[in-house]
Design a protein around this ligand. Structure first.
Ligand SMILES: [Ca+2]
Ligand SMILES: [Ca+2]
Ligand SMILES: [Ca+2]
Ligand SMILES: [Ca+2]
Length: 531
């Protein structure tokens, strides 16, 4: 009896501390030849590693859930630079269990959906979804909760008017408060439908490059009443969308976006477009349709090389409170029409001064009218404020190709219009903060690393600002990350200051200089300066 008791105690302790989490290996030479062999055995905390440079059968369903503390990870391991490919079936991969991270795969050939999402707290990253004849990535009307897509490329998917490269929804009854987040993705060259269509409760579309849809690049609307679960009503929640720092490029003459509804489900929602670079065709950029409450647009560049941009079509809009379009500091091509009358500070010209429009480089060139012309603090309309707006933009879209890590938006005191910031002559580091009592953090800045110096405030004060005399240590030379630790405490009555520069050629000065002269000569002259 005693022996039996001890064994049970041991087992329950093991489960509680998670030491039973298992790593499964899948590959042509592994114990498990495919994902189907392991999907039914997964438990919270488990990791599945799938060998790359091999093709696996589609039709895999993940139905067993992880937990918030112990997610299940399905990870493709590149071999010879190649991700594992999962190919074919009706649904190539189906995520039906909660708390999964799915990363490092290439999905193709699913006759209905290459990636079928109907679960909660899902992360899909570092994956390519292509040549899916119907939907590329689809979130179901029911069972879908929060989903993050990042570093995902989608192309040659979609068909006709109702099948899309990315088609998302969330279940407002069973997963209230869910968010569809999409960032650092590259969606291009559709074969039908919209590039990104979402009926989610809230959309956060940040820092993506989206181009070449058959129809809209972005269609952000309400849930489909025909697909929503029991208990759902249109008034249950208002669906809002925050669209920041994206490239939206129309390669034909259809509308860039449709907001509100599509005749099957309307949001009555609030929409916010900030610091996007939008290349339009002849149709309206903002096609407002069915129930919609408000749209605000700030710091966007809206361009059409062949002439003016048709900004808005609202004849089909059903405004909940009358037409509500606010905005500031947008740049539009000369001759643009239907500019919202409430916009302020609109700029126009024949060319936005991109580095190379035909070469897909939409960063502003020297002398661009976009430079330093953004509104540094765009205000949301008082009557229809946008909740939790993302600002200022901190990253940039992937440059017409998906990247492994996001590119930091260069920090400049004067914000440029559009999705890209022209780097200031000398890179400054901003956003210094304590993330814990001993960890100093800052915003990323272009460069290969960071130098961090520490000095004594009392010396700085009595020397009337002599940094050469005040710096007492180089905490980090060419440190690779955006954090540094210093557990030491200053003597009573004194304080330490910390300054960071991007290595190798950045400055210790602030991005918005609030000091009389550059700090650099003094700091570099200190005996303790970072090399
Ligand atoms: Ca609603
Ligand atoms: Ca600037
Ligand atoms: Ca250095
Ligand atoms: Ca560091």
């Amino acid at each position: 009896m005693k022996f039996h008791f001890l064994i049970r105690l041991g087992a329950s302790l093991c489960a509680a501390s998670g030491v039973h989490a298992t790593t499964y290996q899948v590959g042509p030479t592994r114990p498990n030849p495919d994902l189907q062999s392991v999907a039914g055995r997964l438990n919270p905390g488990d990791i599945v590693e799938v060998d790359g440079n091999a093709t696996y059968p589609g039709g895999v369903r993940f139905t067993r859930s992880g937990t918030a503390a112990q997610r299940i990870t399905i990870r493709g391991i590149r071999i010879g630079g190649n991700r594992p490919v999962i190919s074919g079936a009706t649904n190539t991969v189906e995520l039906a269990g909660d708390h999964y991270t799915f990363e490092g795969f290439e999905l193709t050939g699913g006759s209905f959906r290459c990636l079928y999402h109907h679960a909660d707290e899902i992360v899909v990253r570092d994956s390519v979804v292509h040549d899916c004849p119907a939907h590329g990535i689809l979130g179901a009307d029911q069972d879908s909760g929060t989903l993050l897509l990042e570093f995902v490329e989608v192309y040659r998917c979609g068909s006709g008017t109702s099948q899309h490269q990315i088609y998302m929804a969330t279940d407002e009854v069973n997963h209230p408060g869910s968010v569809f987040r999409m960032r650092y993705c590259y969606v291009h060259d559709s074969t039908g439908g919209n590039n990104v269509k979402s009926r989610a409760e809230r959309n956060e579309i940040h820092y993506n490059w989206i181009e070449g849809a058959m129809f809209h690049e972005l269609e952000l609307i309400g849930p489909d009443p025909g697909g929503a679960p029991a208990g759902w009503t249109e008034g249950l929640v208002r669906e809002d969308s925050d669209v920041v720092g994206n490239v939206l490029w129309k390669r034909n003459d259809f509308s860039v976006t449709r907001l509100g509804g599509d005749a099957t489900g309307q949001s009555n929602g609030r929409y916010r477009f900030v610091n996007n670079t939008i290349i339009a065709g002849t149709s309206a950029v903002f096609r407002l349709f069915d129930g919609i409450q408000s749209v605000e647009m700030h710091n966007n560049v809206l361009h059409r090389a062949a002439g003016g941009v048709n900004l808005v079509r609202q004849i089909d809009a059903v405004w909940t409170d009358g037409s509500q379009m606010a905005g500031s500091n947008n740049w539009v091509t000369t001759g643009s029409t239907n500019i919202p009358p409430a916009w302020t500070g609109t700029l126009s010209g024949t060319s936005p001064g991109f580095i190379d429009l035909t070469g897909n480089d939409l960063r502003p060139a020297a002398g661009s009218p976009l430079l330093n012309a953004g509104n540094p603090s765009p205000s949301t309309p008082a009557a229809f404020p946008f909740g939790s707006p993302h600002f200022p933009p901190a990253f940039e879209p992937p440059p017409h190709a998906v990247m492994a890590a996001p590119a930091a938006r260069p920090l400049d005191c004067a914000l440029d219009i559009g999705a890209f910031e022209r780097p200031p002559g000398v890179a400054a580091v901003g956003g210094l903060n304590w993330s814990s009592p001993v960890i100093l953090t800052w915003m990323p800045s272009p460069g290969s690393g960071y130098d961090v110096v520490k000095g004594e405030l009392a010396t700085l004060r009595v020397s009337d600002g002599d940094f050469a005399a005040s710096v007492v240590a180089c905490l980090e030379n060419d440190g690779p990350d955006t954090a540094s630790s210093d557990p030491s405490l200053p003597p009573a009555g004194d304080g330490y200051f910390y300054l960071v520069r991007a290595a190798p050629s950045g400055t210790y000065d602030g991005p918005c200089p609030d000091h009389a002269a550059s700090r650099d000569p003094g700091i570099l002259g200190s005996a303790f300066a970072c090399p």
